[in-house]
Design a protein around this ligand. Structure first.
Ligand code: C2E
Ligand code: MG
Ligand code: MG
Length: 501
């Protein structure tokens, strides 16, 4: 190695008379060993103030330097995957932003979250989970170029900082590389397992100019991507932001809705197509917002699910529905069943105990066999031990489980085999589309036949006309629900309706 810098330094000392104090430098011994030295050099002056020589001392600070480097590594890298952590990502962002100011190229931020990672951890063990994280880290490294940063933020959350983006399609290249990485299965316990991931993407400076807002925007996009099954990505956009802010205010207002008694329940009759009579009712929540007026459950239920408020709201719905139907049955000597929509988040909640609900039904005098829990098939994508135990417990007491919106989502036939399901609710789209498309009609009929052969009860939703009712009955479906029979009714209207039977 050249000692040029030593010569230069000493020449300067001779010329200026200024000492060099506590410099640290790496040096290489002739045997190849690298050491860190800390040294001080002082000038020696003659009587005329000229530098005539120098003296100095040095000591080996290699150990100190190594431990400093180790500490730096620990503070900046994730131990498990050896990827930069959140802190270092911050530094890298800073560097990337400085380059952007000079060369005007954009910076992409991709946030990635594995789907169902918790389940892998729970079912296959921690070590398997860690193995997956290490493979994900490797795969993500493969998608990036030298200057880009792949970081692990926490748990199963990763980030990619893609620099030097000249046009948006440069970013699309990175995104599709990442998406492709998840089409290959992972190996867990010598078994191939397909793991999907959701990606949220933001682009600086178009979407934001500091890391905090970029993270927030990419995270909003990630949440939107999470709602789609399988590996998918979503880019941040102004419309998305708009929707998120609206959801945010809704979420805020939801906090007061229960206390202010802004919720009510509607009940929609479900008809036995053979007799034409109502055998049960589906409970549908209604929210009258003090300023906005009626807000549809389609808009606020997903918000309540995200914020966790669904647990409290759903508990209220359940109790109110049970109390109402039990009272009507007793007063009118009827045996009407009641169906309640339950979101998986409720069953997952720490303080949820199916026995509380069973006890409440028995207090109110409602036979558990009249109770139906409606869940959406999305639940079975990420089946949680706790949810399955709760459903088992309900089944063991005669409560029935109904799969809502069947046929549109991503339920595979194998769910029907593996879970305690008694009722299938054929999605509205089947009734609607079957009228127009013969293929769709054949498909609907095949589903109905299959469901009957497997001894599921089947309810067709969204029947609006006599023709639809006739067709669905001819197709072999036993139960129907829809505006043709009755719209969702208030409690008072329901009583009148049932009297008229
Ligand atoms: P869902 O459980 O599939 O409920 C059926 C939806 O279809 C209801 O909308 C109902 O009013 C509507 N509908 C009924 N008959 C017809 C028809 O003939 N034509 C048409 N076009 N629509 C019909 P709604 O009340 O707006 O509820 C929407 C969704 O919100 C429900 O879909 C359910 O997923 C959710 N939801 C409602 N109440 C609750 C609740 O208490 N808890 C939870 N977790 N979700 C709820
Ligand atoms: Mg439903
Ligand atoms: Mg439905």
């Amino acid at each position: 190695e050249s000692f040029g810098h030593v010569e230069k330094e000493e020449r300067y000392l001779f010329e200026s008379g200024e000492p060099i104090v506590n410099q640290v430098r790496q040096e290489v011994w002739r045997n190849g060993e690298r050491v860190w030295n800390q040294y001080t050099k002082m000038p020696i002056f003659d009587a005329f103030g000229e530098v005539t020589g120098l003296y100095g001392y040095a000591h080996d600070v290699t150990d100190k330097k190594r431990s400093e480097q180790l500490i730096w590594r620990q503070a900046n890298y994730d131990h498990l995957t050896q990827l930069p952590n959140r802190r270092l990502l911050g530094d890298r962002w800073h560097g990337a932003w400085q380059s952007h100011l000079r060369d005007k190229k954009s910076i992409g931020l991709l946030l990635l979250d594995l789907d169902g990672f918790k389940m892998i951890n729970d079912s296959k063990g921690h070590q398997a989970g860690e193995g997956v994280l290490i493979s994900v880290a490797e795969r993500l490294r493969r998608c990036t170029r030298g200057k880009d940063t792949v970081a692990r933020l926490s748990g199963d959350e990763f980030a990619i900082l893609a620099t030097d983006i000249k046009v948006e399609s440069d970013l699309d290249v990175v995104i599709s590389k990442v998406v492709r990485q998840f089409s290959e299965p992972f190996i867990i316990d010598r078994e191939e397992v397909v793991i999907s991931a959701s990606l949220g993407v933001a682009l600086a400076p178009r979407d934001g100019s500091d890391l905090d807002s970029m993270m927030m925007y990419a995270d909003q996009a990630l949440h939107a991507a999470k709602r789609v099954a399988g590996t998918s990505y979503r880019k941040f956009s102004a419309e998305l932001h708009e929707a998120v802010s609206k959801q945010f205010t809704l979420g805020n207002d939801l906090r007061y809705a229960l206390r202010n008694r802004e919720f009510t329940l509607n009940f929609q009759p479900i008809i036995d197509l053979e007799t034409g009579k109502a055998v049960k009712v589906e409970t549908l929540i209604r929210w009258h917002h003090s300023v906005r007026g009626w807000v549809s459950p389609v808009d606020f239920i997903p918000v309540a699910e995200q914020t966790g408020q669904i647990v409290q709201i759903g508990d209220w719905v359940f109790r109110e529905a049970v109390a109402t139907v039990a009272r009507i049955n007793q007063e009118k000597g009827l045996n009407i069943g009641v169906s309640v929509n339950v979101s998986p988040r409720q069953l997952q909640a720490d303080n949820f105990d199916p026995d509380d609900w069973l006890e409440y039904m028995s207090d109110q005098g409602l036979n558990p066999e009249l109770m139906v829990i409606e869940i959406t098939e999305g639940l079975f994508l990420d089946p949680d031990e706790k949810v399955l135990r709760a459903l088992d417990r309900f089944s063991s007491q005669g409560v029935r489980v109904s799969l809502d919106d069947f046929g549109t989502g991503y339920a595979s036939i194998s769910f029907l085999e593996n879970f305690e399901i008694d009722v299938l609710k054929l999605d509205q789209a089947f009734v609607r589309d079957s009228e127009r498309s013969p293929k769709r009609r054949i498909l609907s009929e095949a589903i109905i036949n299959m469901a009957k052969a497997l001894e599921f009860e089947i309810v067709a939703e969204g029947i609006e006309t006599q023709e639809q009712a006739d067709w669905i009955k001819a197709a072999g479906c036993e139960f129907g629900q829809g505006y043709y029979f009755s719209k969702p009714l208030t409690e008072g209207r329901l009583e009148e309706y049932l009297e008229g039977l």
